[in-house]
Design a protein around this ligand. Structure first.
Ligand code: UD1
Length: 421
């Protein structure tokens, strides 16, 4: 199994090209199931999750090809659905597989999708996805670990109020509503930039969606959608991760294709923590201010709040700040698995329920550590970049799910980082 070995202590210097957003690419790929016409997506990141989604779509009948001579450009066409079943072996690998539910149901009147089950960061149910589709007239049965959704007479527009702004539920309902009969309103919808990107693609395909990026989405149902070309937004989580790589190594990086506002509240917290963020013609420039890193409290919230996907990385940063930091996770109940691994590197962190108290200190020491999920893994890489002595991160397949060419990008700005098989 692959491992990453890091020799820390080098201030990173230079430019990093930020990739397209994985969390936008996956729903956008699922959305192509809504039409029999070709859809071309560019800026698609070359990460394992995109590969898994490609394989799932191929099983459903999608012809999916990377365009020769245009890296990151994917052409997807589902002339007809050959199967309406998303099997357990793919859904269990990647929760975003459940995003084929809404599009298949809307197009074919039927979808059978494995329940994703628990995952390392919590139980992560899909009850809100199902509630929304039921409100649009779907009949949902749970059988042998599978959701069987049918809408023999098609879906009908409805008013759907989410009790909390779930990203996945908003995406599934939004996609289904595009082919429903009549108008749909989603109240308390998620407002993440990835939802805005999904709505932009759907509108380019001929959908009529208003309010993307706000809490109220209004969708006018259409009888069919067409093909389109669309460039995927930059990955704000990857950008935030590399911003913290600059901060934790006292380096200076320019993150190409990104602006500070893409990071939402995280940009403000990073500045309070002692990073200088500046939008330049070249991209977002990040370096540590003269005073060094300072302890700052953060609480994860739906966008524009502090992203749960940046929590683990921020904790690594706070391990080397002066003063203490209280980090509270409100989205997922079990998202502190990086804590014992950071402790192996000398970090002082105490967890009480959903909050972790980090007592900053002057240094971390390298150690063998184990990756447990995507963002936890990259927080260990950040800690390793700053630590004294070598750090070995085991189980790096988690990193490959969501970070494109991580070692290459970090080596390009001076890090000593290698992969070994
Ligand atoms: C979440 C993040 C998203 C991130 C992704 C991958 C938020 C709001 N969402 O999206 O930014 O990119 O993880 O790590 O930060 N829930 C239910 N029932 C449902 C669906 C969700 O109870 O049917 C709950 C979840 O358990 C969670 C909250 O709602 O507590 C938000 O979940 P949701 O936004 O759906 O999660 P993801 O779509 O995976």
């Amino acid at each position: 199994m692959d491992r990453i070995i890091i020799e820390g202590g080098i201030p990173l210097q230079g430019r990093i090209q930020v990739s397209g957003a994985k969390n936008a690419a996956l729903p956008l790929m699922a959305a192509t199931l809504l039409t029999d016409q070709p859809v071309e997506l560019s800026n698609v990141p070359d990460v394992a999750d995109v590969n898994t989604m490609q394989r799932l779509l191929q099983r459903l009948g999608t012809a999916s090809t990377m365009q020769a001579g245009a890296p990151g450009t994917l052409r997807l066409q589902t002339s007809s659905l050959m199967s309406t079943t998303a099997p357990y072996d793919l859904v269990r690998k990647m929760r975003a597989s459940v995003l084929v539910l809404g599009p298949m149901l809307a197009r074919q009147g039927e979808a059978i999708v494995s329940l994703p089950g628990g995952c390392a960061i919590g139980t992560r149910p899909i009850d809100l996805h199902l509630m929304g589709l039921e409100r649009m007239g779907a009949v949902i049965e749970l059988e042998q670990g599978y959701v069987k959704a049918t809408a023999p007479k098609g879906l009908k527009g409805a008013e759907i109020k989410l009790p909390q702004p779930s990203v996945g539920a908003t995406e599934n309902i939004l996609m289904a509503a595009c082919l429903a009969d009549g108008d749909t309103t989603i109240l308390d919808a998620a407002q993440e930039p990835e939802i805005v990107d999904l709505a932009a693609l759907l509108n380019a395909m001929g959908a009529e969606i208003d309010g993307a990026g706000t809490a109220i989405l209004r969708i006018r149902g259409r009888t069919s959608l067409s093909g389109a070309s669309h460039r995927i937004i930059a990955d704000r989580i990857e950008a935030g991760t590399y911003a913290m790589a600059a901060g934790i190594t006292s380096g200076q990086l320019v993150l190409q294709d990104v602006r500070a506002l893409h990071l939402g509240v995280a940009a403000e917290r990073l500045e309070e923590a002692g990073l200088l963020l500046e939008d330049t013609a070249d991209g977002l420039s990040v370096r540590t201010a003269n005073g060094g890193l300072k302890g700052v409290d953060v609480m994860t919230r739906p966008f524009p709040g502090f992203a749960t996907d940046l929590q683990a990385q921020f904790m690594a940063l706070m391990c080397l700040a002066s003063g203490a930091s209280m980090i509270t996770e409100t989205i997922f109940e079990n998202r502190f698995m990086h804590v014992p691994e950071l402790a192996r590197m000398g970090a002082r962190i105490t967890v009480h329920g959903g909050s972790a108290l980090v007592r900053g200190q002057a240094r971390l020491t390298g150690a063998p550590v184990m990756a447990t999920d995507l963002r936890a893994s990259v927080s260990l890489v950040l800690a390793g970049l700053a630590a004294q002595g070598p750090t070995t991160v085991n189980r790096v397949y988690h990193l490959d799910r969501g970070y494109e060419r991580l070692e290459e990008k970090l080596r390009g700005v001076g890090a000593r980082i290698e992969r070994s098989g």
